[in-house]
Design a protein around this ligand. Structure first.
Ligand SMILES: [Zn+2]
Length: 184
């Protein structure tokens, strides 16, 4: 995997996709393929995602519920919304934002932009793990904070030095991001 800061300029629309009224993907564009490959998601490439529910591509029940709640809020209120989030890769903090807009017929347009990046001191390679739950770190799918020994925070601040590679995680949503949903 390589950092993508060299190929994406700030504020560029990295990728976009359209959803129908059932949240199935009807079209994708931008750098979907590139982002998927760089983030180890080859199975997400190209037209294979069209026609499938967005939630097939989100790991963790709580993360699915979080995205569903944000999306439904836009649809019900008929009001566009932009939410910040993180999409870090090893050695790089990526500050992103997702804009959700209503389209005719109950569909939605979702655009993802990279706002800025920061290099990290330590590299972590997070992977969805198969270990027993108590041996895994919970990672917020929205802001990329991790929960370790009962506390949420930046991986660099919380994780022991020994866990710099292949950290097994399960995905969830941290309390701060849950508050973000409630502020719809
Ligand atoms: Zn979070």
């Amino acid at each position: 995997m390589r950092d993508s800061s060299d190929v994406m300029s700030d504020q560029e629309v990295c990728l976009f996709y359209r959803l129908d009224q059932s949240d199935r993907i009807t079209a994708i564009g931008g750098a979907w393929d590139r982002m998927a490959q760089e983030n180890g998601g080859d199975r997400l490439c190209g037209d294979s995602v069209v026609g499938r529910p967005l939630y097939d591509f989100i790991s963790g029940d709580i993360s699915k519920m979080f995205v569903r709640t944000v999306i439904e809020g836009v649809r019900v209120l008929q009001r566009p919304r932009t939410v910040p989030y993180r999409c870090d890769s090893p050695g790089l903090r990526r500050y992103m934002e997702m804009s959700i807009k209503c389209e005719p017929g109950g569909g939605l347009l979702l655009e993802h932009r990279q706002v800025r990046t920061e290099a990290t001191g330590r590299r972590f390679d997070f992977r969805v793990g198969r270990q027993p739950l108590r041996q895994m770190v919970v990672r917020c799918s929205h802001c990329n904070a991790v929960k370790f020994e009962g506390r949420w925070g930046e991986p660099e601040a919380l994780l022991p030095v020994a866990s710099t590679t292949d950290v097994p995680v399960i995905y969830g949503v941290c309390p701060n991001c849950m508050d973000l949903v409630r502020r719809i």
